[in-house]
Write a new protein. Structure first.
Length: 534
């Protein structure tokens, strides 16, 4: 590897493990002098050992500095310590910080009800305020010729919408927003970019539960560069990839992208969030966290389900049978859509056992609640659809009977039937109020026309004929829309309501329903009191 960064000075935070170590090794191999930031006393030994190893191996100057990026004084302390150290080594040269890698961060993952103010505060202090204060402290020491390089470590979580990452994803989205702003404000000093890794082969990723790995499997399977390779990747990694959908990134692959962004060749790239996830980010369009199933079945499916399965049952029995059917929701659609509590970043405390039980209980409760809700919702939908189609069918049948009774001649006359008049059909179209409904068929089915009606005929009456024809047209099955859309359902409800109104008018005109003392007959009304419609 060429020493293209020879003589430059860089800061890498979170440099005691994982991605931070890989970035430090990559920059050191290119000749960059390094300030290695770490947070806790437990990280002191590995950080100092790394500094020694890199200095010896690559003949560079290194310094390990303990500084908590989650405190207001931490970033300033890191820069002050570095300034004192390197100006002492190079008394004739003013301190210049050429490269800044804001890598340190924490991940505290919880479902919304379990998020605490403390967790929110820690995450935003370390992941957002820390990079801001450190960049602020470094600014006076940046080059004046645009040769400086700042790289912020974001994550696919900034936009993926993973469960339990309201806070973590929010901090990374904030970091990306600041990246774009700093690219403008620091344009005469440095380029400012961010990278967004997905799963990376680190201790943190290895500590994730099998449930979480199953959750992100859908993303990994669609990421073109995450497929494990026989003979190149380790046998252990290839075997694990069979269950996890693919392999995570190696830390060196993330470091390589950082190396690309800090090189002189990247001078025309700033304010960008660069893919560092094997195109896992682009795989989001092929994988949905929640299934796009609409469990409210279309109206015609509701009708078909009842009439085909329960044709010989009474309506109440048929509906009861449909309600007893189990929901078609597959458990995998539920269990794979919620992730368990993920392991925390070493910079913060791990979740207590109580927190883990709460999160797991909430997740399980969510799954059970969704499944129960789908079953109940399906039953309600079936009941509503059955009731509406049952009523429209009843009105249609009554309209056919009324039409035949109007068409039948008086006693001892010919038994030939006649169709509703064209004037009545036109009246129906006028009542419907739309061009589409003007095309409604107003003729009862042929099989009904040729059957003898056992009820007494009705004397010809233009007003009665018009109402019967209109009622028939409003509920004619072939014209009822069976689409499951707001417009179709509203049209169905409107036509059914209007048909019910016509039925009431017809009943009053024929005298077949007596719910109150009869009013004087209106002109043209026909009374047949001895007849009762069933």
């Amino acid at each position: 590897m060429s020493r293209s960064l020879d003589g430059k000075l860089g800061i890498v935070t979170g440099a005691s493990r994982g991605i931070g170590v890989a970035i430090a090794e990559h920059l050191a191999a290119k000749g960059c002098n390094l300030i290695l930031g770490y947070t806790s006393p437990s990280s002191q030994s590995p950080a100092e050992q790394l500094a020694t190893d890199l200095s010896t191996k690559h003949n560079i100057q290194t310094l390990a500095v303990q500084a908590d990026m989650g405190t207001p004084e931490g970033p300033q302390s890191l820069v002050a310590t570095a300034k004192a150290h390197f100006e002492k080594l190079n008394t004739s040269k003013k301190l210049q910080i050429d490269i800044l890698i804001n890598n340190a961060g924490v991940a505290q993952n919880n479902l919304l009800p379990a998020i605490t103010v403390s967790q929110f505060d820690v995450s935003y202090r370390v992941n957002v305020l820390g990079p801001l204060l450190l960049t602020q402290a470094v600014q006076p020491y940046l080059p004046q010729d645009r040769s400086g390089r700042i790289v912020n470590m974001s994550s696919v979580s900034s936009s993926a919408g993973f469960p339990e990452q309201s806070v973590y994803g929010g901090t990374k989205a904030a970091l990306e927003a600041m990246t774009r702003t700093w690219a403008r404000e620091l344009s005469e000093n440095a380029t400012v970019n961010a990278i967004n890794p997905g799963p990376v082969l680190t201790e943190m990723y290895a500590g994730n539960t099998p449930e979480f790995k199953r959750f992100i499997k859908g993303f990994i399977e669609h990421a073109p560069l995450m497929k494990a390779r026989q003979g190149i990747d380790s046998d252990e990694l290839v075997k694990a990839a069979e269950e996890e959908g693919g392999r995570p990134a190696y830390v060196g692959e993330i470091a390589g992208i950082v190396g690309m962004l800090v090189s002189a060749d990247s001078a025309w790239c700033t304010g960008q969030v660069v893919c560092a996830n094997g195109a896992k980010k682009s795989a989001e369009s092929n994988y949905t966290i929640l299934p796009r199933h609409h469990f409210k079945a279309p109206l015609h499916q509701l009708s078909t389900s009842i009439t085909k399965t329960h044709r010989d049952l009474q309506p109440e029995e048929a509906l009861s049978g449909v309600k007893s059917q189990k929901s078609q929701v597959s458990p995998i659609h539920l269990s794979s859509k919620s992730s368990p509590t993920m392991s925390l970043d070493p910079f913060d405390d791990v979740l207590t056992l109580e927190d883990q039980f709460f999160s797991e209980g909430f997740r399980q409760g969510t799954e059970d609640g969704i499944q129960a809700g789908k079953i109940e919702g399906r039953s309600v939908g079936l009941a509503k659809g059955y009731e509406k189609f049952y009523e429209s069918g009843r009105i249609h049948a009554r309209a056919v009977i009324w039409a035949n009774r109007l068409s039948l001649p008086q006693k001892n006359s010919s038994t030939a039937t006649k169709k509703p008049s064209s004037s009545s059909a036109a009246a129906s179209a006028s009542v419907s109020g739309s061009a589409e409904q003007a095309q409604l068929s107003t003729e009862p089915p042929s099989e009904s026309q040729n059957k003898t009606c056992s009820l007494p005929p009705l004397p010809p009456n233009a007003r009665l004929e018009k109402n019967v024809t209109t009622a028939f047209a409003l509920v004619e099955p072939d014209t009822l829309s069976k689409e499951n859309s707001d417009d179709a359902v509203n049209d169905f409800d409107d036509r059914l309501k209007r048909a019910q109104g016509k039925v009431k008018i017809i009943e009053r005109m024929t005298g077949e329903v007596v719910s109150a003392p009869e009013a004087p007959a209106a002109a043209g009304d026909i009374k047949v009191p001895e007849t009762k419609e069933i």
